[in-house]
Structures are given as structure tokens and as C-alpha cells.
Ligand binder design. Sequence first.
Ligand code: NDP
Ligand code: 8X3
Length: 252
Amino acid sequence: MNKIALITGATSGIGKACAFKFAQNGYDLIITGRRKERLLSIKKEIELGYTSNVLPLNFDVQDKEQIQQTIDSLDAGWKKIDVLINNAGLALDLKPINEGNFTDWDIMIDTNIKGVLYMSNIVSKLMIERESGHIINIGSIAGKEVYPNGNVYCVTKHAIDGLTKAMRIDLMKHKIKVTQIAPGAVGTEFSEVRFKGDQEKAQKVYDGYKPLSGEDVADVVYYATTLPPHVNINDLLIMPMAQANATIFDRK
Ligand code: NDP
Ligand code: 8X3
């Protein structure tokens, strides 16, 4: 029987790259996101190219009732989740604290923090029944440092940095590994979402250097799952060569 990975936010970027990486390595996949059409086309593409079975689940990680109902309704086979990748997340805008938009703040906090809490609570219960599992939280350099106007997004990723440590303590006795993978700049739809469709602003983020790709991050996420049972990567910061920290880039 294949192992199963559940990936939140698999319709784009890092999550989508993780779906393909885990499929290449023989996993069955539960892929989730709000954009149903994308989930269906990714399922089709993966099932054409690999032997994996793919179950698309269309929900918003902000909606705890919907998550609970959806996971409860899985059949016993799909409930045997080996790897949970808490990847779904977003930034909305870059504004000083006095100019921030409350709706944007709520969406970032509800998605990036509460979404990870709901998913981890619900899926860890299934892992605890089997005394086995691995939860990988996608953090960020923004969870290690702060940068101008990043306030609320940075705080959500600092929360993931702390939560990953806390979950590791709670779940260690159940033989569940907990890992944070924290990337620097990754060339995904992230900046397009942050700048609400403004392509020019989004492109400027990556001007003059090569950011990580979703695939670069997926390779590292997958690697973390390949280690022997007694070995865990607690925390891993992965950066583009041309990014020294949250704010210093070597742009040519
Ligand atoms: P993308 O915008 O390309 O992908 C984000 C994914 O999250 C999409 O699949 C989206 O799916 C999903 N998502 C967003 N909101 C929700 C929601 N409410 N419910 C369910 N799914 C949701 O960005 P990335 O791949 O770059 O981002 C993935 C993760 O990586 C995020 O947590 C981000 O914070 C983090 N990260 C990104 C970095 C970067 O520079 N790109 C660097 C460090 C960390 P859909 O819209 O279909 O729901
Ligand atoms: C996403 C990367 O640029 O906001 O977490 O630090 S950034």
C-alpha cells in the first residue's frame, strides 16, 4: 500500500510542486485548495504521469467545520495519512501598521495560523491512532525576521515558527515528527496574491536575481520525509543564493 501525503494549498506554487514530488516517489495524495478546477486538472496530470491515486478535496482552511466534515467523510484507507504538509497560506499587501486593512489581517491570520491549527488538530488525531506520522509546516524567513511593512504576515509566520516547536513537544510521545521548512523568496503566485493581481509590482520582487522555485522547496520537503525513524529535521531555512536574509538581496 502506498503512503499518503495530504498537502494543503496544492493548486499552486510550493504545494503543487510537493504534489508532483511526492507522486514521483510513489505516494498517494490528498490535494486541497479552494480552486476546484485546478485540483481536478492536477489530479488528471498526476494520474496520467504516475501510479499515484489522487483525491482532490476542495475546502478553505479557514473553515473548521468544513475541514472536520471533509476529513470525517474520508474512507478508512484515505484516513491513513502519513504526511501532512501545512502549506496553504498567503500575504496580503505591504503596509505600515497604521495603514493596514483589517480584512486583509483577518484573512492572513485565519489562513496562515488558524488554518494550520485546525488541520494539525484534525489530522494529528488520525496519526495518533496509528502512532505514526509527519507534519511539515511551511514557515518562512518572515517567521525568523521581520521586514518593513511586513508586520502581520511576518507575525503569522513567527506563529508557525513557535507552533512547530510546541507541536513537536505534544506529538513526540505519539511518534509523530514535526518539521518546519522555512523558505526565503520563492517564485510562485505569492507576490501576485500579495499585490492583488498587480503583475508589475509582483515581478519587481524577483528582479535581478533567481528566486527559489516551488520545486526547490518541494525537494527539501520530500527529503525531510526520507530520514530514518530516529532522525528528524526540526527546522530548516532554505534561501536563494542571492538572498542573505529577509531584506538583503544581490540584485544585478
Ligand atoms: P501560491 O500563492 O503560489 O500558493 C498558495 C497556495 O495556498 C495555493 O494553492 C492556494 O490555493 C492556497 N491557499 C491560500 N489560501 C487558502 C485558503 N484559505 N484555503 C485553502 N488554500 C488556500 O504561494 P506559495 O506556493 O509561495 O505559498 C505556499 C506557502 O509558502 C505559504 O504558506 C507561504 O506563506 C509560504 N512561503 C512562500 C514564500 C514565497 O516567497 N513564495 C516564501 C516563504 C514561505 P487556492 O487559492 O486554490 O485556495
Ligand atoms: C514569503 C517570503 O518575502 O514575505 O514568506 O519574506 S517574504
